[in-house]
Write a protein that binds this ligand. Structure first.
Ligand SMILES: Cc1cc2nc3c(=O)[nH]c(=O)nc-3n(C[C@H](O)[C@H](O)[C@H](O)COP(=O)(O)OP(=O)(O)OC[C@H]3O[C@@H](n4cnc5c(N)ncnc54)[C@H](O)[C@@H]3O)c2cc1C
Length: 317
């Protein structure tokens, strides 16, 4: 969301923007998983809109049929339609510049350090062949030169790219909590409440996907998120062991005894910004280097949007 907001605003202002994302689709933690006919929003659950600019952006998504309120989650909470990733898709279709997906950015070279010419060059590699978090000043391809560069990644991943340059210290002091997410489906309808927020045990959030706007009632899909503490303690456990623990907790919290017809877990290594910087974005005008992301302002979709929009204004100025 931060990168999309930044790129979209610069593109609309007339700048030639090139965007790299290591995933196959844009959206990052605004994610929807479709598998075997099931559909899960396993990352951000909803967006809350309080700021006028973000409210206007969400209302534009709603007018285009890409977002709707989710009354079961509470007032002022918006979902993407048909899934959370539709919010990102809407921004992509609004225009971003030149988009390269499936490209892992492995290094930022300043002033021709990694090739000819001035400005910045971006070293990027096929994400399918690149380990997560890899930082390397060799291999892959070089793009650029670019006058200015914006880094819109979770803090620990941003730190890897920023270390030879500026703002690495800021990224280093913005820890991010992990989250193990379970996705479960059942053939038959159940009677559990649409939402549960357990206050003890491994889980902190359980949501019936069909309570979201525009979702089919069956098959019945559920998403359950583990607490940051439990996720951190079980970060490197095998997925099967994590799934077994989270399914047991799910059964206890919901009372759903039926066997799931589909069950997987996803590990978000960098899910929630735990100690945001308290500043919307970072910009070094002399270097032409900017940083945005939810860890600047707060662990929310809206904060990521405001961070990216603010950085675009700084870069354009
Ligand atoms: C489980 C979970 C539940 C959440 N629930 C909510 C909620 O209910 N409400 C709410 O408001 N927020 C929620 N959030 C937080 C919200 O999702 C984030 O605050 C927001 O989406 C962050 O956006 P971002 O642009 O800062 O980062 P991201 O969405 O993480 O985007 C970063 C992008 O960088 C790309 N990337 C990373 N490394 C590289 C690289 N080396 N090269 C190229 N590309 C790279 C990624 O593919 C990704 O697209 C939740 C998050 C999680 C994980």
């Amino acid at each position: 969301m931060a990168g999309l907001a930044c790129a979209g605003a610069l593109h609309r202002a007339g700048f030639a923007v090139t965007l790299f994302d290591k995933s196959r689709r844009v959206g990052g933690r605004l994610a929807t998983r479709r598998v075997d006919g099931f559909m899960f929003d396993h990352g951000a659950q909803y967006a809350t809109a309080r700021d006028p600019a973000f409210t206007a952006a969400v209302e534009a998504m709603a007018a285009a049929g890409r977002a709707a309120p989710w009354p079961a989650a509470g007032e002022g909470r918006w979902c993407g339609v048909p899934g959370m990733s539709a919010m990102a898709r809407h921004m992509e279709q609004g225009g971003l510049g030149t988009l390269h997906t499936g490209r892992h950015v492995a290094f930022l070279h300043r002033n021709g350090e990694g090739g000819d010419g001035g400005g910045w060059r971006v070293r990027h590699r096929d994400a399918a062949d690149t380990g997560p978090g890899l930082v390397s000043d060799a291999g892959g391809e070089l793009a650029g030169p670019f006058d200015r560069v914006a880094v819109a990644l979770p803090a620990p991943q941003a730190a890897g790219l920023l270390h030879p340059h500026a703002f690495a210290a800021e990224a280093d002091r913005a820890p991010m909590a992990p989250c193990w997410a379970a996705m479960l489906a059942f053939n038959d309808a159940t009677t559990a409440p649409d939402l549960l927020r357990p206050d003890a045990g491994p889980l902190r959030w359980i949501a019936r996907e069909s309570s979201r706007p525009g979702r089919a009632a069956t098959p019945e899909c559920w998403v359950a998120h583990a607490t940051p503490e439990w996720s951190r303690a079980h970060l490197e456990q095998p997925a099967e062991a994590v799934l077994a623990s989270l399914q047991a907790a799910f059964t206890q919290e919901t009372g759903i005894k039926a066997a799931a017809c589909f069950a997987v877990v996803h590990r978000w290594r960098y899910a929630l910004a735990e100690a945001p910087l308290g500043t919307p974005a970072l910009w070094d005008a002399a270097a032409g280097l900017g940083v945005c992301g939810d860890w600047c302002l707060g662990a929310r979709v809206e904060a990521a949007f405001l961070s990216g929009s603010t950085l675009a204004g700084m870069m354009a100025g």
